[in-house]
Design a protein around this ligand. Structure first.
Ligand SMILES: [Zn+2]
Ligand SMILES: [Zn+2]
Length: 408
């Protein structure tokens, strides 16, 4: 986790320079008022807060299998990226099982011309498939996955050191499933708290595990991942087949949104590192953005994933829903969760897209706030059954952190 903040610090320096050069000067951009870094952030131990406006929201799926996994249908990567592009995704992690190729994903998934020529931002990934559970490393550039595969039965402390040496973002997969991540969470930067709706019960348990990790002081980013093994119906797939998941489990169910400073794999991973991400049930559903105004001047100082010290004064929080699928006939419910319990439930009435609340994080203790949105699902005709299976879960934010130790 230290490496995450070191990386953030380096990029923040660059971002700060860009921000000062790009500032519009009037304190607003796209309707969002900003006033720069919060005055009561000590600045001494917390990473500098990056711009809340200079960037773009990118949608993607961080757990997808292709024909290079033996338990997947024979969908070539091009077929998967074509569907992903059609439904509005901009980035993708093809995470084929490494044990199906004895660790040599570099000669299979990454060597595939469809992977190399994809019009989407492609992360270098693979599903680290071990006796102790599954994880996805994410990297902007090729890394030596073979070493991670070969180290799968080593002690955690050795694997954690290797993850740092390789410079990858390691993410725990389906933490409540039978192949749950059975390693130390000290070595991961994110968790798959929301998988396909066909595993809805697992998703609830995964969020509970995530809350436990947050309560422990680990600022682990929540992400989604469909874990789709069976892309859009292809040759040999029929609705009566037990492996026919396509209508219920395909790319974008769920969708992970990241606030990226540029169109690059590195920016996607940087946003995941820093928790500037949220998850939505599908690409057409509203996405949630969660902000905090630390000094009650009406201007937002932080967004989800950001860290600050608490001054002991009230903080104003704002929850925005964004997206073309926003219902204008039914309300959305916003559940505010802090330290693993529900602090309050709020409503966003039809025709509105934002709600605010105030709370006072104590100056002398660690505290996080996050939000979950429930309401009417937005249709996703390309994967029709997913909408019905998703229940009323629409979106989930990452936390805003107070007094968390940046060393963890
Ligand atoms: Zn898995
Ligand atoms: Zn998988």
């Amino acid at each position: 986790m230290v490496s995450r903040f070191l990386r953030a610090g380096i990029l923040c320096c660059i971002a700060a320079v860009v921000l000062s050069a790009c500032s519009s000067g009037d304190g607003t951009h796209n309707g969002l008022a900003i006033d720069g870094p919060p005055t009561d952030n000590t600045g001494s131990i917390y990473p500098p807060i990056e711009s809340l406006t200079e960037g773009q929201w990118l949608a993607g799926d961080l757990h997808v299998h292709s024909e290079h996994s033996n338990d997947s249908t024979l969908n070539p990567i091009a077929k998967i990226t074509a569907l992903a592009g059609e439904v509005g995704l901009q980035y993708l992690a093809i995470s084929d099982h490494d044990n199906h190729v004895a660790g040599d994903v570099a000669s299979h998934t990454w060597a595939d011309s469809d992977f190399k020529n994809s019009p989407l931002i492609m992360l270098h990934s693979a599903e680290w498939t071990t006796h102790r559970g599954h994880g996805n490393p994410f990297s902007a550039v090729p890394y030596d996955h073979q070493r991670l595969y070969d180290a799968r039965d080593n002690y955690d402390v050795e694997i954690g050191a290797l993850v740092k040496e390789l410079g990858v973002h390691l993410s725990a997969n389906h933490p409540a499933a039978s192949d749950h991540f059975g390693f130390s969470y000290d070595m991961v930067d994110s968790m798959e708290v929301w998988g396909s709706a066909i595993w809805a019960d697992d998703n609830k348990r995964a969020v509970a595990i995530w809350d436990d990790m947050l309560k422990s002081g680990r600022a682990i980013t929540a992400r989604g991942g469909s874990d789709s093994h069976h892309g859009y119906p292809g040759e040999g797939e029929t609705p009566s087949s037990s492996s026919y998941q396509a209508p219920a489990n395909n790319v974008g169910t769920p969708t992970t949104w990241v606030f990226a400073t540029e169109w690059s794999a590195q920016s996607v991973i940087h946003a995941l590192d820093n928790g500037r991400a949220s998850v939505s049930s599908n690409p057409y559903a509203p996405r949630v953005v969660f902000y905090a105004d630390l000094d009650a001047d009406g201007e937002q100082d932080m967004m989800m994933g950001d860290h600050a010290g608490a001054s002991g004064e009230p903080v104003n929080f704002r929850v925005d829903l964004v997206g073309g699928g926003l219902s204008d006939s039914t309300p959305y419910t916003v559940k505010v969760i802090t330290d693993g319990y529900t602090l309050m439930e709020l409503s966003i009435p039809p025709g509105q897209s934002s709600v605010s609340f105030t709370d006072t994080p104590p100056a002398d203790q660690r505290k996080y706030y996050r939000v979950e949105i429930t309401g009417q699902q937005t249709d996703f005709p390309e994967v029709p059954i997913s909408t019905a299976l998703s229940g009323n879960m629409i979106a989930l934010s990452n936390p805003i952190y107070f007094n968390f130790d940046p060393a963890f």
